[in-house]
Design a protein around this ligand. Structure first.
Ligand SMILES: Nc1nc2c(ncn2[C@@H]2O[C@H](COP(=O)(O)OP(=O)(O)OP(=O)(O)O)[C@@H](O)[C@H]2O)c(=O)[nH]1
Ligand SMILES: [Mg+2]
Length: 314
């Protein structure tokens, strides 16, 4: 077998352990875009045997559940719980997903950074594995490699070595990690969503919008018309009878309230969204906003970012 980088899975053509790209990322935080594409990544996922155990990882901040139709044996892992306020209870999150996605074998709420519920997850993996191989899949940046590094640290006699970062497509090919004689975890490259905001902003803005600490939700009591500007990223105009609007976004992101008559950013592309009672507005990979009552929203932005609604998560 060809030698592979232990950081990202890329083929190596020398005797090093890690590739130049991982070396620069790990040591200098310098990011280089990979030459592999989302098609390559989807191919890796489609080659997984449908009866193998799959761990599907999604961040609680950017929930994205897709590409699972063919799999029979999937554990849903909701990670980065440390970023949500402590008052958010796991059992409620689990019920939310059970009600909407009844096919998962198990659902676990974890935080890899805080080592929260990893023992529980590990036992579930052992319980449901159908062979030695267990695959970890999900969108880019969801926290797959960070989770696997924690599994290596906690349950094997090896040192964690997979490269992780705030940048998209850190892992670019499969990486096989033997944990015990009976368990090999396989890391995979994350699925890339073209409408994720992380593909459209520079590195300093990416650092700013990536939450590092527990989010302090920002609540606005709103009535009638009003406007918010989030960094230089987008403008949000609302029109509502009366509701509360709570934004779950990185604490470092600047939000200002302006008068609706202020023309700032109104020359950018406009999208209108109707929020029903008790729905969230999701701005893909930037934030989610909880509304309690129906509201009309106009978003102004030239960024090709996904806008979606769902029932209130919290
Ligand atoms: N707060 C917090 N951050 C996390 C957690 N898990 C991962 N992260 C962060 O999320 C970012 C992405 O993590 P990775 O493990 O590289 O994500 P990935 O899913 O392997 O990404 P790709 O390899 O690009 O598919 C990094 O900045 C991690 O530090 C967690 O439990 N809590
Ligand atoms: Mg990774």
């Amino acid at each position: 077998m060809n030698k592979r980088c232990i950081g990202c899975g890329a083929p190596l053509n020398n005797d090093e352990q890690i590739c130049r790209r991982c070396f620069r990322l790990q040591n200098y935080g310098e990011y280089q875009e990979p030459i592999t594409t989302n098609e390559d990544y989807l191919k890796i996922i489609s080659n997984i045997n449908k009866d193998e155990l799959v761990i599907y990882v999604t961040s609680l901040l950017n929930i994205n559940i897709n590409y699972l139709e063919k799999f029979n044996n999937v554990i849903l892992v909701l990670t980065k719980k440390d970023l949500l306020p402590k008052s958010v209870q796991d059992y409620k999150l689990i019920k939310y997903f059970k009600d909407r996605y009844p096919n998962f074998k198990e659902i676990e709420v974890i935080s890899s950074i805080k080592n929260y519920h990893l023992d529980e997850l590990y036992h579930k993996i052992i319980k449901h594995q159908t062979s030695k191989n267990v695959y970890v899949i999900g969108y880019t940046n969801s926290g797959k490699s960070t989770l696997i590094n924690k599994l290596i640290k906690n349950y094997s006699d090896k040192e964690p070595q997979i490269t992780t970062s705030i940048f998209p497509s850190t892992t670019i090919d499969k990486i096989n990690i033997p944990i015990t004689n009976h368990l090999t975890i396989i890391d995979t490259p994350g699925i890339v969503s073209p409408t994720s905001i992380i593909n459209h902003i520079d590195h300093s803005m990416l650092k700013k919008i990536t939450p590092k600490k527990t989010i302090k939700p920002r609540t606005y009591q709103i009535k009638g018309k009003g406007s918010l500007i989030i960094e230089n990223l987008l403008r949000l105009d609302y029109d509502t009878k009366e509701t509360s609007m709570t934004i779950y976004i990185s604490n470092s992101v600047n939000i200002i309230r302006v008068k609706p008559s202020n023309p700032k950013m109104q020359d950018q592309a406009k999208k209108t969204i109707f929020i029903s009672d008790n729905e969230d507005l999701i701005i893909e990979d930037l934030c989610f906003i909880k509304f309690t009552k129906r509201t009309k929203i106009n978003i102004y932005t030239d960024i090709d970012v996904g806008l979606n609604t769902r029932d209130n998560l919290i």
